[in-house]
Design a protein around this ligand. Structure first.
Ligand code: AMP
Length: 618
C-alpha cells in the first residue's frame, strides 16, 4: 500500500494526489479540480457535459443509471426515477411530509422520526445510498477524464444544512468510495471561487444569493482571519427557476384559451410545453421576444411580460435578503461584495433586483452553475497542502462521537473541524421507563465503535421514568483550543445533567492517527453497508416492540382477523431480522406498518373520543 503522510496540524494528506471538489446539487451535480496551471476547472468527461442531473433511475435489474440518461425516465417510469434526493438527505418522513406531493416515487411513511427511505422496484434505498450513486458517477467521470484514481473529495452543502444532513453527505461520500476531506458550505465555496477569503488578512462581509432550479437561499458571511462565519441564512427551499417555467406555462395555457386540466392530463404535451417554457426563459436572458409554436399552441412571450410573471417570486427572494440582513444585524451598506450562484441568476431581471437591493453590482463573471464546484476544488487544494499562502487553521485530526444503537459510531465533531468547536445532538431512550443512559465517547473514523478508540464512558442517571422516545437528552461536545474535550449530557425535561472532561490526544501517536485514517479509507464501503444493516435492524426491532405492545394493549378494539394478520406480519419481520439483509427487513417492516396503520389510526381515534367523554366542553 502506498504510504500517505498526514499533516496532523491540518489533518490533510500530503501525497501528490488530486482531491476533487464536488457540488452535490438538488437538480444538478458537478465535479471540479485544480488543473496543472493551478486554476480550478470543471470536468467535462468525454463531452458528456459538465452538469450531471441529480437523477437516479433503477431499471428492472435494480441497476442504477445516473444523470441525463436517468432524466429521460422521469416521464416514462416516474416511480423508479429518483430526483431531488438532496431534499431527503438526513431528514425524517415527518420533516418532508408537507411536501410529499412533489415526489413521484415512493417515500416510505413509517410515521416516525427515523430517516426516510425510498422504494424503487422491490428494493429500499436511503437518500445516502442514492446520493452515493450520484457521487459514484461524478467520481467515475473525474477518473476517466483525469486518467487517475480519485479517492478524495471536498463536498459542498447549503449553509443551512444541519448536522444530520452534513453527516448524511459524508456517509454518501464514503459509500461512493470517497474520503470526504471536508464538508464546505456552498456560499463559502462560491466566495473562494471569486478569490474572496484566500488572503488571511482580509476582512469582508459578503452576501451570496443562490437561486437554482428548485431552491433559493441567501447567506451572509463574515470573513476574518481566514475563517468564514455564516452570520445568517434565509430562503425558501421550494422556490426557483422551475417556478418561472410554471408561470410561463400557465400564461400560455391562458393566452391560448386552453383548459388547464385537459393539458395537465396529457403528459407528453405538458412536458413539451414545460420544456418550451424553460427554453423561452433562457432565451429571454439575452433577447426580447420568444416566439414558437407547439402544434396549434402559440408560445409567444415578451421579456417585459416574463418579468411581470416572475415579479412576485423575485420579490420574495428580496424579502429573504432583507430578513437575512436583519438577522445578521446588518444593513445592505455593510455588505462588501454580493455573489451570484445558481442558473436562475442569469435572468437579467433577477440580477437587477439583487443589484437594486444591495446597491452594488453583484459578482457574476464566473458561470453561476459552476462557481460552487470551482470553489470546492480550491478548498480541496488548500487541504492537499498545495497552497502555502492560505492560513491553515488548527483542526482536529480524528472524529469524536458517541456510541448509539447496535454499536454504531455517531460522529458529533467530525475530523478536520476547526478548533475550538462545539457541536451537539439530541437523543432519546429506546425502552419504556428507562432511567439511565450510558454515554460512551469514541474517537475515530470507522462506523462501528469497536473499531475506534474509546475515550471515556459515563452514566446519565436519574432520568424520570417516561415512555420510550419521550426523554430529550442533549449531548454536547466542546473541544477547546488546547484540545480538551468536555462532554455534557442533559435531559431537558428534568434538567438531570452530567459532565466529563477528556484529552483526546492523550497517548495518541502520529502513527496511530495515520493507521486509523488509512483503515477508515480501506473499510469505508463495508463500514457504511454494515451501518445500514444495523440501522435497518434497530428500526425493525423498534417496530416489533411497538407492534407487539399495541396488539396487547388494544386487543379489545381489534378484530380477530386483524390480530391474527398482524401476528403473521410480526413473525415475518422477526424471521427477516434473524436471517435476512437490509432490504428484506425494511420491506417486512413496511408491510407491517402498512397493514397496521388503518386500525392503529382507528384505535387512536377511539381512545381520544373515550378520553373526551364526560368532559365538559366550555
Ligand atoms: P441550478 O439548480 O443552479 O443548476 O439552476 C438551474 C436553473 O437555472 C433552472 O431553472 C434553469 O432553467 C435555470 N437557467 C439555466 N440557464 C438559464 C438562463 N440562461 N437564463 C435563465 N435561467 C437559466
Amino acid at each position: 500500500m502506498a504510504k500517505i503522510s498526514i499533516n496532523l496540524a491540518t489533518g490533510s494528506f500530503q501525497k501528490e494526489e488530486i482531491i476533487v471538489g464536488i457540488d452535490l446539487g438538488t437538480t444538478n451535480s458537478l465535479v471540479a479540480f485544480i488543473n496543472p496551471d493551478k486554476n480550478p476547472q470543471v470536468i467535462n468527461d468525454a463531452g458528456k457535459g459538465i452538469l450531471v442531473p441529480s437523477v437516479v433511475y433503477f431499471n428492472s435489474q435494480n441497476e442504477a443509471i445516473v444523470g441525463n440518461e436517468a432524466k429521460e425516465f422521469l416521464t416514462t417510469d416516474p416511480a423508479n426515477t429518483i430526483f431531488s434526493v438532496k431534499r431527503l438527505l438526513g431528514r425524517s418522513y415527518k420533516d418532508v411530509a408537507e411536501h410529499k406531493d412533489i415526489f413521484s416515487y415512493k417515500v416510505i411513511d413509517d410515521g416516525t422520526d427515523a430517516l426516510v427511505k425510498i422504494q424503487a422496484g422491490d428494493r429500499f434505498y436511503t437518500p445516502i445510498e442514492l446520493s452515493a450513486e450520484i457521487l459514484k458517477e461524478l467520481k467515475a467521470r473525474a477518473e476517466h477524464a483525469l486518467k487517475t484514481p480519485v479517492n478524495r473529495a471536498v463536498i459542498t452543502v447549503p449553509a443551512y444544512f444541519n448536522d444530520s444532513q452534513r453527516q448524511a453527505t459524508r456517509d454518501a461520500g464514503k459509500l461512493a468510495g470517497l474520503d470526504v476531506m471536508r464538508i464546505v458550505n456552498e456560499p463559502t465555496a462560491a466566495s473562494l471561487a471569486y478569490g474572496i477569503g484566500l488572503d488571511p488578512t482580509e476582512q469582508k462581509t459578503i452576501a451570496v444569493y443562490d437561486l437554482g432550479g428548485g431552491t433559493f437561499d441567501v447567506s451572509i458571511l463574515q470573513i476574518q482571519n481566514g475563517i468564514f462565519e455564516v452570520l445568517a441564512t434565509n430562503g425558501n427551499t421550494y422556490l426557483g427557476g422551475d417556478d418561472f417555467d410554471r408561470a410561463i406555462l400557465n400564461y400560455w395555457i391562458e393566452n391560448n384559451k386552453l383548459d388547464f386540466a385537459a393539458v395537465a392530463a396529457d403528459n407528453i404535451l405538458m412536458q413539451t410545453l414545460r420544456l418550451k417554457a424553460e427554453a423561452a426563459k433562457k432565451a429571454l436572458s439575452t433577447q426580447n421576444l420568444y416566439n414558437e409554436q407547439v402544434g396549434e399552441i402559440w408560445c409567444t412571450l415578451y421579456k417585459q411580460t416574463f418579468e411581470q410573471l416572475i415579479t412576485a417570486k423575485v420579490d420574495e427572494t428580496i424579502t429573504a435578503c432583507k430578513n437575512a440582513l436583519k438577522d445578521a444585524d446588518l444593513t445592505s451598506a455593510d455588505i462588501d461584495e454580493v455573489i451570484l450562484v445558481g442558473g436562475s441568476t442569469r435572468t437579467p431581471f433577477v440580477k437587477q433586483a439583487v443589484e437594486n437591493f444591495f446597491s452594488k453590482k453583484p459578482q457574476d463573471n464566473i458561470n453561476p452553475d459552476e462557481v460552487v464546484a470551482l470553489g470546492a476544488a480550491i478548498q480541496a487544494d488548500v487541504l492537499a497542502g498545495n497552497r502555502s499562502d492560505i492560513l491553515l487553521l488548527d483542526v482536529t485530526p480524528l472524529s469524536l462521537g458517541i456510541e448509539t444503537m447496535g454499536g454504531l459510531m455517531d460522529v458529533i465533531i467530525s475530523r478536520n473541524s476547526k478548533v475550538p468547536t462545539k457541536a451537539g445532538r439530541q437523543y432519546t431512550t429506546s425502552i419504556d421507563g428507562q432511567v439511565n443512559m450510558k454515554i460512551s465517547v469514541y474517537q475515530g473514523e470507522r462506523d462501528l465503535v469497536k473499531e475506534n478508540r474509546k475515550l471515556a464512558e459515563f452514566d446519565l442517571k436519574g432520568i424520570p421514568a417516561m415512555p420510550a422516545g419521550l426523554p430529550k437528552v442533549d449531548i454536547n461536545f466542546l473541544l477547546n483550543a488546547d484540545g480538551i474535550l468536555t462532554v455534557q449530557a442533559i435531559e431537558l425535561r428534568s434538567g438531570v445533567k452530567q459532565e466529563i472532561e477528556i484529552t483526546p490526544s492523550y497517548g495518541l501517536s502520529d502513527d496511530t492517527v495515520e493507521k486509523m485514517l488509512l483503515d477508515s479509507i480501506e473499510f469505508a464501503q463495508s463500514d457504511v453497508e454494515q451501518r445500514m444493516l444495523i440501522e435497518a435492524r434497530s428500526e425493525g426491532e423498534q417496530l416489533l416492540y411497538t407492534a407487539e405492545r399495541f396488539i396487547e394493549k388494544h386487543a379489545e378494539h381489534l378484530t380477530e382477523e386483524e390480530i391474527t394478520e398482524t401476528k403473521v406480519h410480526i413473525e415475518a419481520l422477526k424471521t427477516a431480522l434473524a436471517t435476512q439483509g437490509k432490504d428484506t427487513i425494511l420491506k417486512k417492516a413496511d408491510e407491517l406498518n402498512e397493514f397496521t396503520r388503518p386500525f392503529a389510526e382507528r384505535v387512536m381515534d377511539a381512545a381520544i373520543s373515550t378520553a373526551m367523554k364526560g368532559k365538559k366542553i366550555e
